[in-house]
Design a protein around this ligand. Structure first.
Ligand code: AMP
Length: 315
């Protein structure tokens, strides 16, 4: 089924204890679509400047991403730079965000974009997320949204109004706590669900993720990784795995949502194993399935049988 993403396409400059990359390809829609394309045909809506290298257009095309909606306009491409804490990859400092061409971006969707059944509003200005959502012809089967502190802190009203109209929201633990001003993720998720989204997914980095779906709570572990190189884009690849899985099988049942969350974990785990998309560009669909099976093996245990109980101390 058709999957559409709107988000940033960027030049990222990133430092981690493993090294540094200057002006590497990145951006929320870039990462998302590279990841989701392993599962389903994905179309990207975004903007870059005249400085954007042809080789990254080719990279997207080679991954099977439809880039008819990736505009090139006068000006410089969106730029982001960040640095990760040497002892804790969950701590990231944004050094600079230059919106550049993003400031003048008015996305125009063509007919086929407007009919997409699955829509992902990746991390970008909530005004742009709304512009895309408003152009959809019929309500898509599933609309999901991701954001980050940059928009939560200074664009809360615009963000809240788009959140009301989506089915799924992805936030990390810090973001959801800051957005809701609650310090517990269960109460924070309930607060967000009361705003509109049926499903709230809270990402907890190496500690996995938790999905709140009406009365159902599902915990997905992160796939254990020996050496994290660069966590940039892990959240976008995670969402790409989730939405790619759903749209690839066109099934939004509770069991399918759980498998989508495991696919998300798997894609996030590949993203952190290299700078930019250095690792993702080397993996195959079989590698993804191996990790999917691996996660099942690591987490599955027998349920208590009807007449079985847990051992109990006899005093
Ligand atoms: P993640 O590590 O999943 O949070 O995603 C990082 C990606 O988001 C990088 O590739 C950045 O280019 C992009 N990014 C950083 N800041 C923003 C922002 N304010 N809005 C949209 N995308 C951003």
């Amino acid at each position: 089924m058709s999957l559409l993403v709107v988000g940033t396409v960027a030049y990222d400059s990133v430092s981690t204890k493993s090294g540094h990359r200057q002006n590497a390809p990145g951006g929320s829609a870039f990462y998302f679509s590279i990841s989701s394309s392993f599962f389903a045909k994905t179309s990207l809506i975004g903007v870059v400047g005249t400085d954007y290298s042809e080789k990254y257009f080719s990279m997207l095309k080679k991954s099977g991403v439809n880039i008819d909606g990736l505009e090139k306009i006068n000006g410089e491409t969106f730029r982001w730079s960040g640095k990760y804490h040497d002892d804790d990859f969950n701590q990231r400092e944004t050094l600079a965000t230059h919106l550049n061409v993003l400031e003048n971006f008015n996305p125009i969707l063509n007919n086929s974009h407007q009919e997409s059944k699955y829509l992902f509003l990746a991390n970008i200005d909530p005004k742009i997320q709304t512009q895309v959502l408003d152009q959809m012809k019929n309500k898509p089967k599933m609309v999901a949204l991701d954001t980050m502190n940059f928009w939560i802190d200074d664009h809360q009203d615009n963000l809240s109004s788009v959140i009301e109209n989506v089915d799924i929201i992805f936030m990390d633990e810090t973001e959801i706590k800051s957005f809701t001003k609650k310090d517990n993720i269960i109460t924070a998720a309930q607060f967000v669900r009361d705003l509109g989204p049926r499903i709230v997914i809270v990402k907890k980095g190496e500690h996995g993720s938790i999905m709140f779906n009406e009365g159902d709570i599902f915990n997905a572990p992160a796939f254990p990784i020996e050496q994290v190189i660069d966590p940039t884009g892990a959240g976008d690849c995670f969402a790409g795995g989730f939405m790619g899985y759903l749209s690839g099988c066109d099934d939004i049942s509770p069991q399918s949502l759980r498998k989508a969350l495991i696919s998300a974990s798997v894609m996030g785990s590949f993203a952190v194993e290299g700078f930019s998309t250095e690792k993702l560009s080397k993996i195959t669909h079989m590698d993804i399935e191996d990790r999917f099976r691996g996660l099942h093996g690591m987490t599955n245990f027998d349920p208590l049988k009807n007449n079985e109980s847990l051992p109990k101390r006899v005093s």
